[in-house]
Design a protein around this ligand. Sequence first.
Ligand code: GDP
Length: 472
Amino acid sequence: MKEPLRTPTGTLRDDTIVAISTSLGEAGIGIVRLSGPDAFAITDRLFHPIDGKAFTPAFNRRLRYGWILDGDERVDEVLVSYMRGPHTYTAEDVTEINAHGGAMCVQRILACALEAGARLAERGEFTRRAFLNGRIDLPQAEAVMDLIDAKTEAAQKQAVQQLSGALSAQINDLKTAMLHLLSHVEYAINFMEDAEEDLPVAPMIEENKAILKHVDALLKDAHSGRLIREGVATVIIGRPNVGKSSLLNALLRRERAIVTDIPGTTRDAIEESYQLGGIPLRLIDTAGIRDTEDVVESIGVHISRQQLAEADLVLALLDGARDFTDEDENLLEEMGEKPAIILLNKEDLPVSESMREARQRWENKKPTIPWISISAKEQTGLEALKDAMLNCIFHGAMPDHTALLSNVRHIDRLKKAQHALQDALQAFEQGVMLDALEVDLRGAYGELAELTGEKVEENVLDKIFQDFCVGK
Ligand code: GDP
């Protein structure tokens, strides 16, 4: 066994990390990546370039061809890139070993690198190092994860925008403006409060208002941003046999849910990914919500209620051919104030009189909830339904661009900053002592500093990076 170049210490950044950065499935290539002070030295222990030459700066950022050896045994034929920090992904020395895909080659190369003194990277540690070494800020690090997770083009565009620093630039502008305002306030506190002349409050109020306006504008599209990033949780409710599974199948155009004539057969919620105009939707067919004695079914009902509570959009399905029942009424009541669409299914059959009456009554009672006639079986009315869904999700204003804010952490921070700024403005206008409102302004600044990661607790970082995969 070779002598390790150094003992992995586990401490951040003075050790060298390694991970398989590509997925382990069948593929043409797989990449093992190393980062840290000994990345080059460790790689040199495994990699034997075909030209036999030792690394020189001339090889920086060039691909070198050769073999990975485990002792005398050839493990794989590879291409290796050596990238000298700080202009690398992590801002440290990085090597990437391009091996053959599939699990075995990369796993054996990983084992060789570990034996030669590298430490297995933690989740997201490459990106975390990029952040800790100051190459990117926190929203950019988070964008890496969003980019990998993106299920639609809109989500991908939004993540790229954040990765390129568009959000960070806006937040940094806000931070600069706040520091400017704070310096005025502090100057007034230190030099003017004892003076005879009036404090020049009016320009400070204007500055505060301008900052608040910018914050409001950023938050305006945040809801759409979040939906594009996370997907719209769309819950289908309706009593048994109204056609929920059929609707799901019609939208997905393939047999997924089991369509049966027995009430209450769709016991577990079924979730499907669906794209609507580039927007990711999570279509959730619930078990049905009704009072039941059946233990298994009542678990389903409980889950359905939870899903309804968390829904961004509700599709309430009624069987137009049957009588409108108390159970239907209760279901519609369960929707509360959620964005919702009521679907009158089975339009291929005659509509019952009680259903007509119910529609009229509900249209008067809740005029904002649209009613749409469809047939899940004959696949009619679905285009109108899709339009209504987009309308409902984005409150009639479908965003023609992707929003800057999309991550709940960012939205929370900015909302807190907004409140602090509102408090400060109120204090200015009521002539409260400047020392008191300085606290609000500092608080608002602190929220933005946490958003960009300028000032952030270790446990917040842990929480962010624990969702990453190991090689990222
Ligand atoms: P679920 O229990 O709400 O999921 O209902 P299903 O999707 O299993 O449908 C129950 C029954 O209604 C099945 O026999 C379907 O074929 C039938 N069905 C669903 N949609 C329509 C429709 O638009 N028109 C007609 N005539 N029958 C439908």
